[in-house]
Design a protein around this ligand. Structure first.
Ligand code: PMT
Length: 224
């Protein structure tokens, strides 16, 4: 049985979208529901892990038994919370869909409509996973990739560039995969070039599959 196999292991899991404000009533976001990240947190707790869940805005209830639950809105806030807790954890799983850009200026007053077109200037957000990769010491670092074109090549590139141990690639072109669904279809890419294809399954079951691989990886590299 898997019960207790992750006992005392410390996890940092991110989930959900980030929300980048334009003015007091508007924001930029994406379709992440948080289901994948919350499922990972729930299963890791169930298996004995100590879990810090850092979440963007979602409609989900946090799983029972979290060590810490930190709610954030923006990518900048998620960055701060993640970096603060990074040194104390053994495993980081970044299931959050972090907005890559945010409005350059926050308008304190609701923007009025003038004319037909409007331009909102965006600036690049910090790449949290890249920073984790740069600062990696003992941690196991697991990323996700949401791609629509050249999926495997882009995911492989992220795996190496961001110094990850493995990366979970959602196949967004397939029915039943990716954002907001209860199921997902993924490939797992490893640093030695191996690619493992998993069938369509519930996010809850996929969470266990991912945690199985984290466990094996820890054993293999004596990170237990
Ligand atoms: O939340 P659900 O509705 O259940 O959907 C799950 C999911 C599809 C959101 C999830 O499985 C997923 O794929 N999350 C990552 C989506 C994403 O942002 O992919 P990306 O290819 O843009 O980013 C790659 C990795 O870098 C991700 O681990 C992301 O957390 C991280 N990243 C990206 C940008 C940024 N500024 N900082 C980051 O850390």
């Amino acid at each position: 049985g898997k019960d207790g196999d992750l006992k005392d292991k410390k996890f940092l899991i991110t989930a959900g979208p980030t929300r980048e404000p334009i003015d007091p009533v508007r924001f930029i976001t994406n379709h992440s529901s948080g289901k994948m990240g919350y499922a990972l947190a729930e299963r890791a707790i169930h298996r004995g892990g100590e879990v810090i869940l850092i979440s963007g805005p979602t409609n989900l209830d946090p799983p029972l038994g979290l060590y810490k639950y930190i709610q954030v809105e923006t990518a900048q806030e998620m960055f701060k919370a993640v970096m603060q807790h990074y040194p104390e954890v053994d495993v980081v799983i970044k299931a959050a869909a972090v907005a890559d850009f945010s409005p350059k200026h926050f308008e304190a007053e609701k923007i009025k409509k003038h004319g037909f077109n409007m331009i909102i200037e965006l600036k690049k957000n910090p790449d949290i996973l890249q920073e984790l990769g740069n600062k990696k010491q003992h941690q196991i670092l697991v990323g996700f990739a949401a791609e629509t074109t050249n999926a495997a090549a882009n995911a492989q590139d992220k795996l190496i560039r961001k110094n990850l141990d493995f990366i979970i690639l959602n196949d967004l072109t397939q029915e039943g995969a990716g954002f907001a669904k209860d199921t997902n279809i993924v490939k797992i890419l490893y640093r030695d070039g191996r690619i493992e294809e998993l069938p369509k399954m519930l996010k809850k079951d996929l969470a266990d599959e991912i945690l199985d691989r984290v466990f094996l990886y820890m054993e293999q590299y004596q990170k237990l």
